[in-house]
Ligand binder design. Structure first.
Ligand code: COA
Ligand code: AMP
Length: 649
């Protein structure tokens, strides 16, 4: 394909989006094909394929089996933590998924009901997601690194009555025991649970005591008839269930993500639009054919995992690699390269932080050079800003183009990218390149006026967004409108700031809200401050993201104590509190006790100034600062704590 393919395709997608997406929708097996492509009658809400019916699971599995491709591998599973390797064919995936769908149906889960999936990286997690899709149930996968309180918030908000979980997951330094976490979470949930389905990992089953403990989790609930079911046994005993027709606009999943406040936002993903967009992206963006292998090293708990470990590769009929482990240390920095060689991976997708970890552990790229990477064509990086050093290092050790691309949980698939399929555009380091067909990207000033090239502003998308983007937030219409649609009428507000250059390349520079990005994980500093505020000695706090060479950003907390509180124990207690209440993934290691926080005269904490100062960057106190001497005290605290080097002059 040639470069002009991108320009022509992009122009066509914006000139006539209805015709453009009508064409792409032909790639889907509909039950009732869409007659209407886009419903804009409720603007600013737009719905794609409003009159169509479909089943995603059919498109992701049955369809390939019916086409005689059942013996092809759907999932290559490898766990560096247990040494397990398993190849699962489309026929095998169908057998398990259809029966787990039967199990869920037998447990009373009906179309539209919500099911929480809280699992480590095991194939059964994919089976669970697809089984929900098969019966039209709405899944909400919760990342395993979240603590019970976060899990409980999601169970309650989604009003899910069934949880699918596993006995354990494995991190390098410990085994994550899921069952006590699930028990602790359901103890916090007010509505009755119907069932807990437990995948017993081959290395670790569920004991009778654990079974009983999960039942006891429900003891405080009147009329509760919770069942604890072991997944393999239930699948064995269940009758397979056929795919259930759902409307294209019905929700496929809710994925909670961080926003400005402590309450996670439940991003809704529709079914039909998402399928059309993902299927098309596999060809145009990722340049992968159905005979090839895609490896996305992320976690199914994040949107990258939903879209490019599970749904897009399977909709396209590819083999998807699912990996439990880290890029380094499990056991070494060669594990990813050996997998790329073993499975003949064409497209590898991960977060820049993984490459920073590889670069640190194996600066000469010895492992990559030892591996046979002849099938490998493109490396994709997303989830956080890609720094030029890391991209160039990755290029030099792999010899393949490195494609930085920008998107979010909300959008479901890439908004700005380079193109393995449509033709590679010249790479400009620091930019994820140009808007993906369907996405009309603008950079706006505070008044919502489009800014000229080179000027930094809020990155926004002109409505309607293409299929796949969120149609709303679960049971939070007001928040959806306020957060995304009201600031700039006619646009979706991304929450990122950046600029376009003269050639139309986008540069994504920073968040405009209190979200930070730690090792590709999106975290809310507001949520962390709420946790710190719950400590009895803490009067107020500010959490900011500071630059980190490995993880991109790391959280740093400043706390002001209540009068007469002893300070010695507080930092340690705050760190523990964060792990207990948000989870290890919050990665808060440093808590500094200060006398005061820098504020404006109207009382707003100057978090941006704190973040810059703690990262050793130049900062300017705004003229509205209440008392500038506070900054000197904060600087001394940062130097004393070793966060900042002492000034030598
Ligand atoms: N379940 C339970 N705990 C988890 C977890 C999970 N699924 N994933 C991570 N954690 C824990 C880790 O064990 C760690 O705990 P610790 O503080 O006791 O060591 C903590 O959460 C922070 O984890 P992480 O941010 O992953 O850091 P790490 O030091 O374990 O690994 C990297 C660093 C760079 C190797 C790792 O972050 C990585 O591979 N990132 C890839 C990026 C990625 O997948 N991003 C997703 C979006 S694309
Ligand atoms: P998430 O919703 O967890 O996928 O996080 C999305 C956020 O990560 C975006 O809003 C950006 O802030 C950041 N992000 C993702 N990809 C990139 C990228 N390629 N460059 C810069 N920032 C990115």
């Amino acid at each position: 394909m040639t470069l002009s393919n991108y320009a022509a395709t992009y122009a066509q997608s914006l000139a006539d989006p209805i015709e453009f997406w009508r064409q792409q929708a032909l790639a889907i097996d509909w039950i009732e094909a869409p007659q209407q492509i886009l419903d804009s009658s409720q603007t600013p809400i737009h719905r794609w394929f409003p009159d169509a019916t479909v089943n995603l699971c059919h498109n992701a599995i049955d369809r390939h089996v019916h086409a005689g491709r059942g013996e092809r591998v759907a999932l290559h599973y490898a766990s560096a933590m247990t040494g397990t390797q398993r190849d699962i064919t489309y026929s095998e995936l169908l057998a398990d998924t259809a029966r787990l769908a039967g199990v869920l149906h037998g447990l009373g889960v009906a179309k539209g009901d919500r099911v929480i999936i809280y699992m480590p990286m095991v194939p059964e997690c994919v089976v669970a997601m697809l089984a929900c899709a098969r019966i039209g149930a709405v899944h909400s996968v919760v990342f395993g690194g979240f603590a019970p309180r976060e899990l409980a918030t999601r169970i309650s908000h989604a009003e899910a009555s069934v949880i699918i979980t596993a006995t354990c997951g494995y991190e390098p330094n410990r085994t994550i025991e899921y069952l006590p976490l699930v028990k602790a979470a359901i103890d916090l949930v007010a509505h009755p649970m119907r069932a807990i389905v437990v995948h017993e990992r081959p290395e670790r089953g569920m004991s009778d005591q654990e079974h009983a403990m999960l039942l006891r989790g429900q003891a405080n609930m009147k009329n509760s008839t919770v069942e604890v079911v072991t997944m393999a046994e239930a699948i064995e005993a269940a009758a397979p269930m056929a795919p259930v027709p759902v409307r294209a606009t019905d929700p496929l999943y809710i994925l909670y993500t961080s926003g400005t406040t402590g309450d996670p936002k439940g991003v809704i993903r529709d079914t039909g639009g998402y399928m059309v967009a993902l299927k098309w992206s596999m060809e145009a963006v990722f340049g992968v054919t159905p005979d090839e292998v895609m490896f996305t090293a992320s976690d199914v708990g994040w949107v990258v995992g939903h879209s490019y470990i599970v749904y897009a590769p399977l909709l396209h009929g590819c083999a998807s690699v699912m990996y439990e482990g880290k890029p380094v240390g499990t056991p070494d920095a060669g594990v990813l390269w050996r997998m790329i060689e073993r499975y003949k991976v064409a497209s590898f997708f991960t977060a820049p932080t993984a490459f920073r970890a590889l670069k640190r552990a194996d600066p000469d790229g010895t492992f990559a050079k030892q591996a046979d990477l002849s099938a490998f064509r493109h490396l994709f990086l997303a989830g956080e800003r890609s720094d030029t050093d890391t991209i160039q290092w990755a290029e030099s050790i792999t010899g393949v183009p490195v494609i930085d691309h920008w998107w979010q949980t909300e959008t479901g698939w890439p908004m700005v990218s380079n193109y393995a399929g449509l033709g590679l555009l010249p790479i400009k380091y620091g930019s994820p390149t140009k808007p993906v067909p369907g996405w009309d990207i603008a950079v706006l000033d505070d008044a919502g006026k489009a800014l000229p090239a080179g000027e930094m502003g809020e990155i926004a998308v002109r409505l309607p967004m293409p299929p796949g983007a969120l149609p709303g937030l679960w049971r939070a219409d007001d928040r959806f409108h306020k957060t995304y649609l009201e600031t700039f009428p006619g646009y979706y507000r991304s929450g990122d700031a950046g600029y376009l250059d003269d050639d139309g390349y986008l540069y994504v520079m920073a968040r405009t809200d209190d979200v930070i990005n730690v090792a590709g994980h999106r975290l809310s500093t507001g949520a962390m401050e709420e946790v710190l505020g719950g400590h009895p000695a803490v009067a107020e706090s500010a959490v900011v993201g500071i630059d980190d060479a490995l993880k991109g950003q790391m959280p740093l907390a400043f706390v002001v104590l209540k009068r007469d509180s002893a300070s010695d124990q507080v930092p340690g207690e705050c760190v523990k509190r964060m792990r207990d209440q948000i989870g290890a993934v919050a990665a808060l290691k440093t808590v500094l006790v200060v006398d005061r926080l820098p504020k404006t005269r109207s009382g707003k904490i100057l978090r941006a100034v704190l973040a810059k100062m703690a990262s050793g960057k130049a900062y300017k106190a705004p003229p509205t600062i209440e008392d500038e001497t506070v900054l000197d005290d904060i600087r001394s605290t940062l130097v004393d704590a070793g966060v900042l080097a002492a000034e030598t002059d």
